[in-house]
Design a protein around this ligand. Structure first.
Ligand SMILES: Nc1ncnc2c1ncn2[C@@H]1O[C@H](COP(=O)(O)OP(=O)(O)O)[C@@H](O)[C@H]1O
Ligand SMILES: [Mg+2]
Length: 261
């Protein structure tokens, strides 16, 4: 087996909101260059985990170790400078700023935040918009973009910070099947051409099953399963957890049948 370097290590993370335990003793590792799918029913704690990794919340227990450094409780801007970028489930670009300016914001607060000039940020943003396929919209105010363009702008802003690790919170939600395909090929390119490690929270099950190397399943704040898409799709506990949601359950069953399980 190939030697794999750990880029991110989640170690016994617990996060409470008053009496509610949003994350309970969650541990797993993410390897350099992989695409890790993070799945689980609504309220499972997926977004909370991204908030813990990116420094929005400090966990009550446990550690987050990134590139060998303990970053638990670091402020979001410091985490961003170290090379972690995220997209948000609900995309909120600065509506009055242009697409280019929104993307420049990512560059200005990213890995090069301390030294970057506005001209350098502009160059990075232009390159990223070209890569993402939004160049033709770069001078438009962000508010005129449609849903899938706003999702791609969110991704562009994150990429402009030149991260090593990208956290994607439901980037496929609300997209048509054609747009989903387009986004998936973009994510593949981000990994293969830029070498960026990706953790993606996703509800579009067939998509995450196809693109992810490994999957972690959260359920009521606990890690329910971890493994290859095949292992996870065949895990009885996972199937049972999803039976609460008939649509997801049906997709799982379909997947199992395709696998001949
Ligand atoms: N800031 C907060 N204050 C109180 N409860 C929260 C907060 N953020 C999340 N929660 C709760 O934590 C649980 C996990 O939420 P979340 O991480 O958003 O789930 P997911 O992204 O998996 O749908 C939910 O019960 C949610 O209501
Ligand atoms: Mg969420």
């Amino acid at each position: 087996m190939m030697e794999r370097n750990v880029i991110l290590s989640i170690e016994g993370v617990t996060k409470r909101f008053g009496g509610l335990v949003a994350l309970s003793d969650v541990s797993f590792q993410v390897y350099e260059g992989e695409i890790l799918g993070l799945i689980g029913p609504n309220g499972a704690g997926k977004t909370t985990l991204f908030n813990v990794i990116s420094g929005v919340y400090k966990p009550e227990e446990g550690r987050v170790v990134f590139k060998g450094q303990d970053i638990t409780g670091w402020k979001p801007h410091k985490v961003a400078r170290l090379g972690i970028a995220r997209t948000h489930q609900i995309v909120k670009p600065f509506g009055d700023l242009s697409v280019l300016e929104n993307t420049m914001v990512g560059a200005l607060f990213g890995k090069k935040a301390d030294t970057i000039t506005e001209e350098e940020a502009r160059k990075i943003a232009e390159d990223v918009l070209e890569f993402i396929g939004l160049s033709d919209k770069k001078d438009l105010p962000a508010r005129v973009l449609n849903v899938q363009e706003k999702k791609r702008l969110e991704l562009a802003r994150a990429l402009a910070s030149e991260p090593d690790l990208l956290l994607l919170d439901e980037v496929l939600a609300g997209l048509t099947p054609t747009e989903v395909e387009r986004m998936l090929s973009l994510l593949g390119k981000i990994r293969s051409e830029k070498g960026i490690t990706i953790i993606m929270i996703e509800h579009v099950m067939h998509a995450v099953m196809n693109i992810a190397d490994r999957i972690v399943v959260l359920h009521f704040g606990r890690k329910l399963a971890e493994g290859t898409p095949e292992e996870v799709a065949n895990n009885q506990e996972v199937i049972t957890a999803y039976l609460g949601d008939p649509t997801l359950a049906l997709r799982f069953v379909k997947r199992l049948k395709e696998k001949g399980g």
